[in-house]
Design a protein around this ligand. Structure first.
Ligand SMILES: [Zn+2]
Length: 81
């Protein structure tokens, strides 16, 4: 108990919040929120930064879709070039 325990608790909380934020971003951008949740637990704020850059825009409707998607889930058109 003591300071070290509190520091670990703060660290764990930070990782957990980062995981939630990463999953939320992934849900809206690149998909696979569960994968991003685990990634966030492991890497914390770093995962959030990566999640923000994941995914790409559909050339037809400008929605952000998974990098490897071949069909846009928003407009159902093919997205590979
Ligand atoms: Zn689209």
């Amino acid at each position: 108990m003591g300071t070290e325990f509190l520091e670990f608790e703060t660290f764990a909380f930070m990782q957990f919040v980062s995981a939630l934020v990463s999953a939320f971003i992934a849900e809206r951008r690149s998909g696979l929120p569960l994968f991003w949740f685990i990634f966030g637990i492991l890497f914390g704020p770093f995962a959030v930064a990566v999640a923000l850059t994941a995914g790409r825009r559909c050339p037809h409707c400008e929605s952000i879709i998974p990098k490897r998607a071949t069909v846009c889930r928003h407009c159902s058109r093919e997205t590979h070039f």
